[in-house]
Design a protein around this ligand. Structure first.
Ligand code: GLN
Length: 410
């Protein structure tokens, strides 16, 4: 979890997703760095220090699952797992020129994954090709009696389904483009890649249609109310009593709790605990938490209406910018949160979404395209990504012989 509070902690049981990989003959090389308790968008909030972007070590790899993304991008592993509560698979994938898939809420068991915001979290794969994503998703998807939120929905043949995409293209696929989603905060270069990507989809036989998702303008605010509320409740368990860090300086039980938590949690986690406790506190619960839950329903209904009437997938950029510089946003939590504006709506609605590389910006940094589908239509996303990359190939990071990653010096 990238946290001091779990220093030395060894989990007593295996996570379902990991167990399923082992059952399929997979080999685990290690655990990767992340923002503390998955809270962040840059992989700089870790007790172990920051992760660097293999494309440019002065830049962040995105977060929170930036370690997984960097490991795949730098060729250390072909596949990695991440969790995505508000973009933590898709945004690092976009920043590192890899592919990342956030499955539908309920597609993959979260048993054994540390809870961040329980009504949002999903485990998903990183890879360098849609086929790799399909292979890993195939292994980890499906009902698990140990996670009551995992659903009894048949797991399709993702890998086989990709072969069909290769022969059929995207004829008839209706691609929705949200009309209210002003791309105001989105950098010019990112907008250009996005427009180019829509053209590529059209060349493959897809039709691009405008869709209306009027409540998405409230998604970021809604996310940053509900998620800290859930997080503050989930983090209450770290009290220094049974496991993890415990302060050495305490004269009473209460002091032990307070000092343990003060010493164990980093600044971003403390900020989330305070925001979450605030929006749940009496007097503010109705104004913030309850209201945010109501807006969440409106956002869910916006997507439902769009998919029921107008489109098969929705396409947006993944992030308003390409990978930013290390330290650039650490002074401003709000600026950090704004990096999530295009990814959090999907988690509010529990939908599957995939990030794939759609080009480089003028400085040579990767740019991502986000495709969103109705619940349990991951195959549709994989097929679209496969066709897209056939038409508009992306060269994954060429490993330089003398790079820090190639020599293991990092
Ligand atoms: N950046 C978002 C947050 O800090 C999303 C993180 C995630 O998906 N784990 O909440």
């Amino acid at each position: 979890c990238g946290s001091k509070i779990l220093k030395g902690f060894i989990p007593p049981y295996e996570c379902t997703a990991v167990q399923r990989i082992l059952d399929c003959g997979g080999v685990l090389l290690g655990k990767t760095n992340l923002d503390e308790f998955a809270m962040g968008s840059s992989c700089e909030h870790s007790a172990f220090g920051p992760v660097r972007n293999p494309w440019d070590p002065q830049r962040v790899p995105g977060g929170s699952s930036g370690g997984s993304a960097a490991a795949v991008a730098s060729g250390q592993v072909p596949l990695a797992l991440g969790t995505d509560t508000g973009g933590s698979i898709r945004q690092p994938a976009a920043f590192t020129g890899t592919l990342g898939l956030k499955p539908t809420y309920g597609r993959v068991s979260r048993y054994g994954a540390v809870a961040y915001a329980s009504s949002f979290d999903q485990i998903g794969p990183f890879g360098r090709t849609p086929r790799d994503l399909a292979l890993l998703l195939q292994a980890i998807a499906g009902k698990d009696p140990n996670d009551s939120t995992s659903m009894h929905v048949e797991v399709p043949d993702y890998v086989g389904g990709l072969d069909r995409a290769r022969t059929e293209g995207l004829k008839g696929l209706r691609v929705g483009v949200p009309k209210e989603q002003g791309l105001d905060g989105v950098q010019e270069d990112i907008r250009r890649s996005y427009q180019q990507s829509l053209t590529t989809l059209e060349q493959l036989g897809a039709s691009v249609v405008e869709v209306s998702l009027p409540h998405l303008v409230h998604a970021l605010a809604t996310y940053y109310i509900i998620v800290p509320a859930e997080a503050s409740s989930n983090l209450a368990r770290y009290d220094g009593v049974r496991y993890g860090h415990r302060t050495e300086r305490s004269e009473s039980l209460e002091q032990m709790y307070c000092r343990t938590r003060a010493e164990g949690f980093g600044p971003e986690v403390k900020r989330r605990i305070m925001m979450g406790s605030f929006v749940l506190s009496s007097g503010y619960y109705e104004a913030y938490y309850r209201r945010a839950q109501q807006v969440r329903t409106l956002i869910i209904n916006d997507y439902k209406a769009a998919f029921a009437n107008f489109c098969d997938v929705i396409a947006t950029p993944v992030s308003p910018t390409a990978a930013f510089k290390l330290g650039e946003r650490m002074h401003s939590p709000l600026e950090m949160y704004l990096a999530d504006v295009l990814t959090v709506p999907i988690n509010l609605a529990g939908l599957p979404a995939l990030s794939l590389p759609c080009g480089l910006d003028p400085t040579g940094l990767p740019v991502g395209l986000q495709l969103i589908a109705p619940p349990f239509q991951e195959l549709r996303l994989l097929q679209a990504a496969e066709s897209f990359l056939q038409q508009q190939p992306f060269d994954v990071l060429p490993l330089k012989k003398d790079s820090a990653f190639a020599t293991g010096a990092q």
